[in-house]
Design a protein. Sequence first.
Length: 295
Amino acid sequence: MRILVTGAAGYIGSALVRALLPKGEVLAVDQAAPAAGTPLIGNLAYPQFARSLITPEVGVVFHLASLVSGGAEQNFELGTKVNLDATRDLLEACRLAGHRPKFVFASSIAVYGGALPDPVTDETPAAPRLSYGAQKLVCEILIADYTRRGFLDGCSLRLPAVIVRPGSANTAVSGWASAIIREPLAGRDYVCPVRPETRLACISLRRVVEAFQRATSVSGTFLLPGISVSAGQMWNAVKDRAKGKVTFAPDERLQAIMDAAPKTTVSNRGFKGSASIEEIVAEYEEEVASVANHG
């Protein structure tokens, strides 16, 4: 079976490609060359390229490519093109191919917003407050309708903040949740743009990769469980062995976004979350050590 992964050079995408390699040929699509799989380099914002990806041999599509929250808020036109239009092009390609492939979509807890319960559950209504969340929600609805019509078999996963992201920060509004761990462990000082008590629903990369693999056997829209961790708790989890320091200087605009974000997400749909921030940090340190030993 041929498996297609978009956003395959990204943080989640590259880990997912590595996990999928034993299961068949993996076509790894991104604008930069993916490190694993069969690379297909191109820009999904161009409809002709996006629609060319779905061939009769493709049995499963993992659609992870996106312009993340901060970037989509700063550039509405690009966010719409990448997050919404490119997804619809892929869906149309699946419809026209006629063989009903499995379509697994990386959605986000950004579909929620406003005065939220704690925890957010499967029954919490979506009410996005960012363009990114609105674009993800529209895609979820389209995937559900394409599934109803029998054009594909869709599954959308609403991801909490996935940490700890290595390397340089992207434009995600939750990027601080990785940086407050990654930077001091790497010996760099970090100025955190939210208050120490700011909480966010989090999950580790390992749990998300497991969830994507399970998603091939279920259909519908699923909220992944995210544990509630404060910025202060993230810093406390690494400060004893960190060589860099963390200070807090809240940014008013970002703080307002984080105050309206889900603090905890709970699902009874069979997906597994992380046990603690210490477990998440341990997984990250294990991966960093593995990369260092092999590179």
